[in-house]
Write a protein that binds this ligand. Structure first.
Ligand SMILES: [Zn+2]
Length: 63
């Protein structure tokens, strides 16, 4: 398996999500991975409501 895999500490763009993360252009750091590798938690570099916020996203979103 040579597919790109995320790991803790990776920087990635946070996908725009109408409900949870509507802002464009934010990047974040991977702080958690699910056991199957399909879900990652990303901590946004920007503050949301004055706080660092973590978002769960799919590690390899379908194109
Ligand atoms: Zn953000």
């Amino acid at each position: 398996m040579t597919a790109m895999k995320n790991k803790i500490g990776d920087k990635m763009n946070i996908p725009v999500d109408g409900k949870f993360h509507p802002e464009h252009g934010h990047r974040g750091k991977v702080v958690w991975l699910s056991e199957d590798g399909k879900t990652v938690a990303i901590q946004c570099e920007k503050n949301h409501n004055g706080k660092k916020t973590v978002f769960l996203v799919k590690s390899n979103p379908e194109k």
